[in-house]
Design a protein around this ligand. Structure first.
Ligand SMILES: CC(C)(COP(=O)(O)OP(=O)(O)OC[C@H]1O[C@@H](n2cnc3c(N)ncnc32)[C@H](O)[C@@H]1OP(=O)(O)O)[C@@H](O)C(=O)NCCC(=O)NCCS
Length: 143
């Protein structure tokens, strides 16, 4: 099930975050800031059987994906896809994201969902360029 972030999710979200983004993990304060300012746009994926939180997404109303991560041991099971579909339901079918140039796995993930490369942001990250990717969902994309 996908639901809004709750404060008690924080330790697990930080665990997922630090493993997913060892060089640039968001802090507890950043997550709490987003939970306060955009509570409808901070979603977690909770496994129905175990109740374990296995991923999260943060996004703006216009479909800008601020961050998304799935716990390593639960990847390639469709959780990331479910989270992006939740973004699309909320944004009216539009989504865009910046991805590290070296993060080929994430680029493949977005391409599989129908995102296209629309540009590059030099020096977006301290040590690397970002690839800009965008999706306008077709009416046929199942949400
Ligand atoms: C990117 C990420 C969120 C994808 O989550 P996920 O739950 O594994 O994605 P899904 O299972 O929905 O993947 C759907 C499809 O995307 C593609 N895909 C996903 N990860 C991929 C990878 N590492 N390499 C190549 N293709 C990939 C595949 O086609 C996959 O379908 P398949 O498993 O049937 O082949 C996850 O890998 C992650 O948390 N990565 C670390 C954090 C990160 O890079 N976030 C994005 C920052 S912009």
């Amino acid at each position: 099930m996908i639901r809004r972030f709750r404060r008690e999710d924080l330790p697990r979200i930080l665990e997922i975050e630090r493993d997913a983004f060892p060089k640039s993990a968001y802090s507890r304060y950043t997550f709490l800031y987003y939970a306060k300012t955009i509570p409808d746009n901070f979603l977690v994926y909770e496994d129905d059987e175990s109740g374990e939180v296995q991923g999260y997404v943060l996004f703006d109303d216009d479909g800008h994906i601020i961050s998304i991560a799935v716990a390593r041991e639960h990847r390639r099971r469709g959780i990331g896809t479910s989270l992006v579909r939740a973004v699309l339901r909320s944004s009216g079918g539009r989504a865009f994201v910046e991805v590290r140039e070296s993060n080929i796995g994430a680029q493949r993930f977005y391409e599989k969902l129908g995102f296209r490369r629309v540009g590059r942001a030099p020096g977006y990250y301290e040590d690397e360029d970002a690839i800009l990717m965008e999706l306008v969902a077709s009416p046929s994309l199942p949400c």
